[in-house]
Design a protein around this ligand. Structure first.
Ligand code: MTE
Ligand code: MOS
Length: 815
């Protein structure tokens, strides 16, 4: 009866997958009853609170650290320093992140931690610690790092064809520079870990982490103990978005170290400002490019150098950069291509995973190029995009065939039709003709996003499923819940495979002592991987129960179907109820629990040459946005968005639509609102000046599109993935490119026809205002002169786009 991998995508009758149900914790979320890690401290006795000692230098050597004054503060119990670390003093996996550093690498770097009876005592204690620091030279901006030749890690290259020959033969060659900013995760729950030690010295860490197994590993190496002495549990996260893939480990290690040294539970819970100033963000990039088109606007060659702002340590910068290089093509066929990547080291927080994991950064490059070049080619930007779409049979620059390329064309057409785009374009033209100071724009952009971890080994998962004697089912799996609805989907997968009603299945919190060696819940692969493992465990149990049922009902094991909690022979009216079947199996001494395992087949990737087929499949989508821009202020709003997105056969449609809406809005935030700024001058050099929601503008309800239509692509079953579904967590973020491109269209409408609009990223109202000013003067090239008007910050200034022939060497690179 076991159907193996070939049957992975097949759905049985009356399946619990595909039913639109709310998130399993929705009621708890909205009533405030849901517990997060910090809430657990309130239920724990004798907890000590930790506070970091943050040093206010971008880069400095610590010459003295005096903790005695802290010990004099009432309530302070202990100060943790490097001397306390029994194992390895490092909070990362690359061993370039000292947990208690002797060299400060970014403004606000914590050099030691104070433990006290109350959070307030810990704060006062931290303020009393005396630190002598000798400032060292620093690079804050990408431009400074590039000028100082400050780089770290690998310099990968993706190459296909002959770029120089392609550019040489192209009818049109353009070049330009793009700089764009990173993004703060701003998960609602800041980083948090609570550690306890039991009577045998075992460490139990409850942690808001996307990667419990790695948190466990790092706690163990800091404590100098084997992994089996450390258990990490994650009940749920109040958002992760990639920011809890790598960043939680050090905080968990501080809590665990404190707990082992004091024998008391220790809570590390960052305040918002600590979280903003101490933890990594999305990578901003600097990109230099040259592109060639034929006479019809078909891409012939692209040469680009992508420099990622890695911050102070490597963290996940190498895999993020690899994914960026693997997504520069987005939906477009590039016959000749050379993409070079490098990672700058700057004295800022360590850039890390953020929804899309480099994919958005790579794709922004080509979408920006197409948006800027379309007017110069005299082709409508939407038409230019569509003309360059992959066709069936073509492959990516790194050599993976683009299966289902036809879906791009289908999605595009559905957005054009469903969004009544042609008709609205006419209305927008009429509106713009009648409104000199307000303009509207509409744009479509596509998404193609590779699913699987580039690093093949991570594409595995485990599960542990118990059926109790009363017929109730408990599921453990290796994935974590951060609001994305993974647990909801896993409940649906288990109920579907076992053939029981959803309410018979419960989910237990993620723990490293239940399922070991798990990968991060990341790369959108949580449901694919853990779903495969849960299904595998449930199939083992179901097959054993089928044998029991066949003996009760007559016939072959293979003829037994369990549907809606009743086992029957195919076609027979009578059957045996699930509870009775389980009870019978127990008395026959049949094993009622199973460990499941899944690994994605067919992946290969050679990172030394950046070639292979690293992805199981591609997730596709297309979106159209209509925006309105106020020419006096640059203020903009999104009037309407239409999305058609490919999730295969959805495991859970309500969850998937929520992921698409949330991802889209988060992407629009990155591209149009959220503006990270660091001080670059004086004593505060290197300080993050956007330290709270008061200065860092996040999208909220008021920035939602006024009309927001999200449709799931139909007839989209994905073979070889659990119940025919596709991953959904990250790809929709990149649908938001259409907002940026619509802003470009609206800005262009302020000027004469045919000008190329350069937009800074983020395209904040301020940036849009300056773009409008340039457009009004008909100046498609005005950015350099104008750049001095805007405050210095990454992304605010960049080169104008000029045809190659007009370029006057490499002009100013502002930071
Ligand atoms: N959705 C919510 N609500 N909260 C989150 O933190 N993280 C995103 C995405 N959707 C996130 C989210 C990221 S970065 C990833 S990789 C996926 O969810 C991870 O979960 P999955 O693999 O189960 O989709
Ligand atoms: Mo997501 S950035 O892969 O955690």
């Amino acid at each position: 009866m076991s159907d193996g991998m070939s049957g992975l995508s097949e759905r049985p009758e009356s399946a619990a997958v595909g039913v639109a149900i709310p998130h399993e914790s929705a009621t708890l979320h909205v009533t405030g009853a849901a517990l997060y890690t910090e809430d657990l401290a309130g239920r724990t006795k004798d907890v000590l609170y930790a506070h970091p000692v943050q040093v206010p230098h971008a880069h400095a050597r610590i010459t003295a650290l005096r903790v005695a004054p802290a010990m004099a503060v009432p309530g302070v119990v202990r100060v943790l320093t490097a001397a306390d670390v029994p194992g390895i003093n490092d909070g990362g996996v690359k061993h370039d992140e000292p947990l208690f550093p002797s060299e400060v690498m970014f403004f606000g770097h914590a050099v030691c931690w104070v433990l006290a009876e109350t959070p307030e005592a810990a704060r006062l204690g931290a303020a009393a610690v005396e630190v002598d620091a000798e400032p060292l030279p620093s690079s804050i901006t990408l431009a400074e790092a590039i000028a100082a030749d400050s780089f770290q890690g690998a310099t990968p290259q993706v190459v296909r064809g002959d770029v120089e020959a392609g550019l040489g033969a192209a009818a049109h060659v353009f070049s330009g520079v793009l700089e764009f900013a990173g993004q703060e995760h701003f998960y609602l729950e800041t980083q948090c870990a609570l550690a306890q030690v039991d009577e045998a010295g075992q460490i139990f860490v409850q942690c808001s982490t996307q990667h419990p197994s790695e948190t466990q590993e790092i706690v163990a190496h800091v404590l100098g103990c084997p992994s089996h002495e450390v258990t990490v549990q994650c009940l749920r996260m109040g958002g992760g978005f990639g920011g809890k893939e790598m960043q939680p480990h050090g905080f968990a290690a501080v809590a665990a170290l404190g707990a082992t040294l004091t024998g008391r539970p220790v809570l590390v819970r960052l305040t918002r400002t600590q979280d903003l100033t101490m933890t990594g963000k999305r990578h901003g990039f600097h990109v230099d490019w040259r592109v060639g088109f034929d006479a019809d606007g078909r891409l012939q060659a692209l040469d680009a150098t992508l420099t990622a702002d890695g911050g102070w340590s490597l963290d996940l910068s190498e895999p993020v950069l690899a994914r960026a290089l693997c997504h520069v093509d987005n939906a477009y066929w590039l016959p000749n291509v050379r993409l070079t990547g490098r990672i700058a080291r700057t004295h800022k927080t360590s850039s890390t995973a953020f929804r899309g994991f480099g994919g958005p950064q790579g794709m922004l490059v080509i979408e920006d190029i197409l948006g800027r070049c379309a007017p110069l080619l005299g082709i409508d930007a939407g038409e230019l995009r569509e003309r360059n779409f992959y066709q069936e049979g073509q492959s990516t620059p790194y050599g993976q065939p683009v299966r289902h390329a036809q879906r791009l064309h289908r999605l595009w057409q559905e957005v054009l039709d469903g969004g009544a785009v042609a008709e609205r374009r006419q209305r927008i033209a009429a509106f713009n003709a009648g409104h000199p100071h307000t303009k509207r724009g509409l744009a479509l952009t596509p998404v193609k996003f590779g699913i699987s971890f580039n690093f093949t080994a991570f594409n595995q998962a485990g599960a542990l499923v118990h059926v109790y004697r009363d017929g109730s089912v408990l599921v453990n799996h290796g994935g974590t819940e951060m609001g994305q609805g993974l647990h909801t989907k896993m409940l649906q997968v288990a109920a579907t495979t076992l053939g029981v009603p959803l309410e018979r299945v419960r989910l237990a919190p993620t723990r490293t002592d239940k399922v070991p060696n798990t990968s991060a819940t990341a790369a959108s692969s949580g449901a694919d991987l853990n779903g495969g493992a849960v299904k595998n465990a449930c199939e083992q149990i179901r097959d054993r129960l089928a044998t029991v049922a066949a003996a009760m009902l007559g016939g072959d094991d293979a003829d037994i179907r369990i549907v809606d909690g009743v086992a029957r022979r195919a076609g027979a009216p009578d059957g045996v109820a699930w509870d009775e079947l389980v009870r019978t199996a127990y008395f026959q001494r049949v094993q009622l629990f199973a460990a499941g395992f899944y690994r994605t087949e067919g992946l290969h990737w050679d990172s030394s040459v950046m070639r292979g087929s690293p992805f199981k499949y591609f997730a596709y989508g297309a979106a159209a946005a209509e925006v309105e821009v106020d020419g006096f202020t640059g203020a903009h709003r999104i009037r309407r968005v239409d999305i058609v997105h490919d999730v295969g056969d959805s495991l859970s449609p309500l969850i998937d639509i929520g992921q698409i809406e949330g991802g889209f809005v988060q992407g629009a935030g990155w591209l149009t609102l959220e503006d990270l700024r660091w001080d670059t001058e004086g004593a505060a050099r290197g300080r993050l000046s956007t330290q709270g929601a008061s200065t860092y503008k996040l999208p909220s309800f008021s920035e939602l599109p006024e009309v927001f239509n999200v449709t799931l692509l139909t007839d989209a079953t994905e073979d070889g993935v659990v119940y025919g579904s596709k991953a959904v967590g990250e790809p929709p973020l990149m649908l938001a490119f259409c907002v940026r491109e619509a802003l470009r269209e609206a800005v262009a409408a302020f000027g004469p026809a045919g000008i190329s609009v350069h937009l800074a990223s983020p395209a904040t109202p301020e940036a849009v205002f300056w773009a409008v000013e340039r457009a009004r003067t008909g100046d498609g090239h005005g950015a350099v002169a104008e750049a001095n008007l805007a405050p210095p910050q990454p992304g605010a200034q960049a080169h104008p786009l000029r045809p190659e022939s007009e370029r006057v060497g490499e002009a100013v690179h502002h930071g």
